[in-house]
Design a protein around this ligand. Structure first.
Ligand SMILES: [Zn+2]
Length: 423
């Protein structure tokens, strides 16, 4: 039997207990979590993670944007370490598994190695990236993005939430502005385990998704400006009401995604109305738009069509418009060798497995810019995520962590480049 698939398993009950302990922090009445980035709840979650790392004897490093790295030293400090990571922050009505699973599955890998008294050749680090969700501070995946060099430090510090609090001030307030440089380092590999956040694995009765890449996305703020006036005396035909342009834009965005099905996606996730008074025609609407597709050429076409849609709808109703690109995520391809390794490790453990594309963005898209990266997906009930009812089974979460452990061990000990499928 290949050394790479020695039948070492994680302690899935301990993993589950840790997930549930973390879920108590920021727990919501409907069974979810509200642990948004750099809030008191985020601080409490970070403190718990750091405490668990220290209890394991890990080194703890905090960088300039608050990313946390637990480090379990390997035998040879001259070798590039293996990184496992995801995020502990959640949406305001988030679930118990999105992100948290990847961080705590990483912790469980370290705990399992300690249980068995194993030391790998390479060091293993477990990262909790700051502000992955992007709900409090846009853009999403900010912590890993700064490390990758996609954003500079001052840009990150200057991000503000809806109340006007800055990322930098909030990072200081919770005591997580570290001194380690938030910059690229050499890693032999980076793994992220995550719930799928979509229905495909569940619908195909597949336990492990070896993720080949991530859909590309564009975030736009579309501002539509008309003229505010009295809701009573102003005749309909003489108004310049931005809603007149907004309605065909919203309907057109959905039609556009439909034309590029099954992978095209259009989401209108937020809307601001100014001045926001019932008996005043609004002067301004700001519509938050998210467009996605895994193929760059199709995504570019969708964006061009969307821009044309906005321009035509605004012109038809004498509305001024502005389209701002808030954020763009190009489609990401993961390291083929690591994807294959994950697939083979799943097979070696007797698990059902398939290659899959990620519909959501993850920190891994940033780490893929500077380290060979791959992701492991496990099913979540009904494909539901970013919802307090988000659910996953202990068996699937445990299986994903077992695959993570095998894949990490193989790389950290430089065993077969890709383990054999048979055993
Ligand atoms: Zn996530």
């Amino acid at each position: 039997m290949s050394e790479a698939i020695r039948p070492l398993r994680v302690d899935r009950d301990r993993l589950w207990d840790s997930l549930m302990s973390m879920a108590e922090i920021g727990a919501t009445a409907r069974g979810g979590c509200n642990r948004q980035a750099l809030t008191d709840e985020d601080k409490a979650g970070r403190d718990l993670f750091v405490r668990w790392g220290r209890e394991l004897g890990c080194g703890v490093e905090i960088d300039q944007v608050g990313n946390i790295f637990l480090r379990r030293a390997g035998r040879d400090p001259s070798l590039d370490p293996v990184l496992i990571g995801s995020h502990l922050d959640t949406q305001p009505t988030g679930g118990r598994f999105d992100g948290v699973y990847g961080v705590l599955a990483g912790l469980e890998v370290l705990r399992s190695l300690s249980d068995h008294g194993l030391t790998t050749a390479r060091s293993i680090e477990v990262a909790s990236w700051t502000n992955e969700e992007g709900c409090r501070f846009a853009p999403a995946m900010l912590g890993s993005g700064v490390v990758a060099g996609s954003y500079d430090l001052d840009y990150a510090y200057s991000r503000t939430d809806k109340a006007g609090c800055s990322f930098g001030a909030e990072l200081d307030r919770i005591g997580y502005r570290g001194s380690a440089r938030a910059a690229r380092r050499a890693f032999r590999a980076m793994f992220e385990a995550h719930i799928e956040q979509g229905p495909i694995l569940e619908q195909t009765a597949t336990t492990i998704g070896a993720v080949t890449g991530i859909q590309g996305a564009y975030w736009f703020d579309v501002t539509l400006e008309g003229l505010s006036c009295h809701a009573g005396p102003t005749p309909m035909e003489s108004r310049r009401d931005p809603w007149r342009a907004a309605c065909p834009i919203v309907a057109g965005a959905f039609a556009l995604a439909g034309r590029h099905s099954p992978w095209g996606r259009a989401t209108i996730g937020d809307l601001k109305v100014a001045p926001g008074s019932r008996n005043t025609v609004p002067e301004r609407l700001v519509i938050a738009v998210d467009l996605r597709h895994p193929e760059k050429s199709v995504l570019d076409t969708m964006v061009a069509e969307f821009r044309e849609l906005v321009a035509a709808s605004a012109r038809a109703h004498r509305i001024e418009f502005k389209i701002e690109t808030v954020w763009h995520m190009p489609p990401t391809r993961f390291d083929a060798g690591l994807v294959e390794r994950i697939d083979r490790c799943a097979a070696g453990l007797g698990l059902t497995h398939a290659k899959i594309v990620s519909g959501a963005g993850h920190d891994s898209l940033h780490t893929a810019q500077f380290a060979p990266t791959a992701m492991i997906f496990v099913p979540c009930t009904g494909g539901l995520s970013h919802n307090e009812a988000e659910e996953a089974t202990l068996a699937d979460l445990g299986a994903g962590a077992d695959v993570l452990l095998q894949a990490v061990l193989g790389v950290a000990d430089d065993l077969d480049p890709i383990p054999k499928e048979s055993r």
